[in-house]
Write a protein that binds this ligand. Sequence first.
Ligand SMILES: CC(C)(COP(=O)(O)OP(=O)(O)OC[C@H]1O[C@@H](n2cnc3c(N)ncnc32)[C@H](O)[C@@H]1OP(=O)(O)O)[C@@H](O)C(=O)NCCC(=O)NCCS
Length: 220
Amino acid sequence: MAKVIIFGVLDTAELAHYYLEHDSEHEVVAFSVNREYIQEESFRGLPLVAFEDVETIFPPSEFSFFAPMTGRNMNRNREAIYNEVKAKGYKFISYISSHATILDRKNVVGDNCFILEDNTIQPFTTVGNNVVMWSGNHIGHHGKIKDHVFFTSHVVMSGHCVIESYSFFGVNSTIRDYMTIAQGTLVGMASAITKDTEEWGIYIGNPAKKVPGKKSFEAY
Ligand SMILES: CC(C)(COP(=O)(O)OP(=O)(O)OC[C@H]1O[C@@H](n2cnc3c(N)ncnc32)[C@H](O)[C@@H]1OP(=O)(O)O)[C@@H](O)C(=O)NCCC(=O)NCCS
């Protein structure tokens, strides 16, 4: 059980608070955002403190952090906050829904992961740090998911896939078995990946084709 500070005050932070309060052993003690975004002294009945000096109020030796955020800028905004929290000396928790199906919860998921209800993670697949799985994804066996990856909902990742960092999967997208999804790949909603992808590419359609002349971080 950890005493947890949640980063943010937008939807994802509010949802994180809800999930931790209703479905975890952890106690949320405060929220934190950068000073310029603070408009009230509290959020959801808890103190809202400036991230710039959070460690003076809630020292890293006693408190943990949770920073689940949107995947905007191809997960690189999330990565920046993740690194800043680490640099302050905090440990992260991860949240894995009690309604997710994953048999080895402690050993295969990294830190600061947000894994919601109805995700299935099959055996021999590992999940890196700072990975979001919104509800209802099928994550197949013998796969490797690296850091700062975002699965929205109802994505099917077949067996033996490697997902490189910063990738983002739109709703209902599908990945064929044995694929390597290159760093920063953006897979559009309902798109089916049948070949390995190229770094920072956008892929749409079934079978998915690369969108010419545009990088993923220019679209999302
Ligand atoms: C791939 C994506 C990022 C492209 O966004 P965009 O660059 O703003 O593109 P646009 O919406 O301007 O669409 C450009 C064209 O591609 C088509 N298109 C967009 N997404 C598509 C998709 N997933 N599959 C097939 N065609 C698609 C559009 O219909 C449009 O076609 P047109 O030029 O013939 O009219 C976006 O469509 C997408 O799929 N985002 C993921 C959404 C999601 O899953 N959200 C979950 C909640 S977090």
